[in-house]
Ligand binder design. Structure first.
Ligand SMILES: [Fe+2]
Length: 146
């Protein structure tokens, strides 16, 4: 695996690590009339993120790379912006997740392209699965925001 790809995979992994906690923050702090629906939806999203976190880290190990595995590294490598621990209306929580998931899609597409150039079909397949999930979530969130 070329350096550019392993760096991007660790960036993606770090983003997942930060997003996992951020989605819990939103899950705990969402308020308003749609509380229950959004609270539960955010739980389904962090479950998906943690599954991807493990999958990406194990892919790096399989290719003899070193996955970032500490919160310190995640904060250094991640481009996901953390939130303060404050209550937020449902619409704001969805807008925040939409922006983050669009950035995951962009980075996932870059990784998929690089992995394809190297013939790393397992990485391509993992990214295609994630891209499908992010695309679906983006559709859900946009529909909720209409
Ligand atoms: Fe919970």
């Amino acid at each position: 695996m070329k350096k550019e790809l392993s760096v991007k995979l660790n960036h993606y992994l770090a983003n997942l690590g930060v997003e996992y906690i951020k989605l819990h923050n939103l899950h705990w702090n969402v308020i308003g009339i749609n509380f229950k629906a959004i609270h539960e939806y955010l739980e389904s999203l962090y479950d998906g993120v943690t599954a991807s976190l493990d999958k990406v880290a194990e892919l790096l190990k399989m290719h003899n790379e070193v996955p970032a595995a500490s919160l310190k590294e995640y904060l250094e490598l991640s481009s996901i912006e953390e939130l303060p621990s404050v209550e937020l209306k449902g619409i704001s929580t969805l807008e925040i997740v939409l922006k983050d998931f669009e950035s995951f899609k962009k980075l996932g597409e870059e990784i998929r392209t690089l992995a394809d150039q190297e013939g790393l079909y397992d990485v391509v397949s993992a990214m295609e699965d994630d891209l499908g999930e992010f695309t679906k979530a983006i559709w859900f969130i946009k529909a909720m925001l209409k």
